[in-house]
Write a protein that binds this ligand. Structure first.
Ligand code: TPP
Ligand code: MG
Length: 334
């Protein structure tokens, strides 16, 4: 394959994953409003930066992500039903409905379980990177988190560990400008990427709405990590186009918006990049969108038919053999 056609297929794959993710995002949001799912953290606005990052990784690299990483997962090849089943908490969910919605896991894709307390994934990522070095593996670790998460002790502990031990980890801050209702300017006094210096690691800022820019930045960080040159903190600037979750109304605390389809929408930015390179035209865009809508509708309907988890598994899955205490608890309930 020539270099140009290789780039073309990579870029079209990236755009297709973005469209798929956006379509799924809107589907889940409207399903939540209809009472068909309980809770969701939309990802609209962060598609380009996540997919740019995913493009730079190999399949055996590890990801310690967070609750907004649906585009990254879809691009990595995680089946869409994994995500929908998790949100529905049905019996096909890998965690059998025992996690809060949006707390995904995809073991086969090296995507670790999402945790609710923000930034607790960061020290784990640094620890996993330490293990890579210890085991003399060439894999790297990517961890993602929001701007608000940088105000936690775990952020500092992880960055320090990564600096001191020169670990192959990439800290990708999905800086969407908000931590629920708190704007980033009130969260922290300096730009997030500058914090890297305090730990002796590399820090850079990228335009997270431009997937090519993010891809190149993560690619460089991955290369350095594999060569033993240590960690990078990437501050990827984007905008949270939707609410924090299905439980809040952003019009109550901010007036700033980015409308879907506007020039600041990362999907439009991506379309313009691909059109500029003559990789795509309006007809292809329409085709990708129509296909995505059908796939999302079909998958959603299929997943909705799956039964809830068998309640007894909450007891039978704890140990190989149920302890007397668990047996007593079951007897109490029945
Ligand atoms: C340690 C901890 N503190 C507070 C919360 C409540 N909380 C959940 S999400 C969130 C905002 C996080 O913002 P950010 O890190 O910028 O990520 P974003 O949601 O914007 O993607 C907060 C405060 C939490 N989950 N964990
Ligand atoms: Mg944020």
């Amino acid at each position: 394959m020539s270099e140009e056609s290789d780039e073309r297929s990579k870029f079209i794959k990236a755009y297709t994953a973005m469209v798929l993710s956006r379509t799924l995002d809107k589907k889940i949001m409207s399903a939540q409003r209809q009472g068909r799912v309980g809770f969701y953290t939309p990802t609209m606005g962060q598609e380009a930066l996540q997919i740019g990052a995913s493009m730079a990784l190999e399949s055996d690299d590890l990801i310690y992500g967070y609750y907004r990483d649906v585009p990254l997962m879809l691009h990595r090849g995680v089946p869409m039903e994994n995500i929908i089943n998790q949100i529905m908490g049905n019996s096909a969910d890998e965690a059998k409905g025992r996690q809060m919605p949006s707390h995904y896991t995809a073991k086969a894709f090296h995507f670790m379980s999402v945790q609710s307390p923000v930034a607790t994934n960061l020290p784990l990522a640094a620890g996993a990177a330490y293990a890579m070095v210890y085991q003399k593996k060439k894999s790297v670790v990517l961890t993602t988190f929001g701007d608000g998460s940088t105000s936690t002790p775990d952020f500092h502990a992880a960055m320090n560990l990564a600096g001191v031990f020169n670990l192959p980890v990439i800290f990708l801050c999905e800086n969407n400008g908000w931590a629920i209702s708190l704007p980033v300017e009130k969260q922290t006094k300096v730009e997030i990427w500058t914090k890297a210096e305090a730990y002796g690691i590399r820090g850079i800022r990228v335009n997270g709405n431009n997937f090519v820019e993010t891809y190149n930045a993560v690619l460089e960080a991955v290369k350095r990590a594999r060569e033993g040159k240590g960690a990078t903190l990437i501050d990827a600037i984007s905008f949270r186009m939707g609410p924090h979750s299905t439980s809040d109304d952003p019009t109550k605390y901010r007036s700033e918006t980015v409308e879907e389809g506007s020039e600041k929408d990362p999907l439009v930015v991506t379309e313009n990049i691909l059109k500029g390179k003559k990789y795509i035209d309006d007809k292809m865009i329409d085709g990708i969108k129509t296909k995505a809508q059908k796939l999302v509708d079909d998958k959603f309907n299929e997943c909705e038919k799956i039964k809830p988890p068998e309640p007894m598994t909450a007891f039978t899955d704890v140990y190989k053999n149920m302890t007397w205490m668990l047996k007593e608890e079951v007897e109490d309930i029945l």
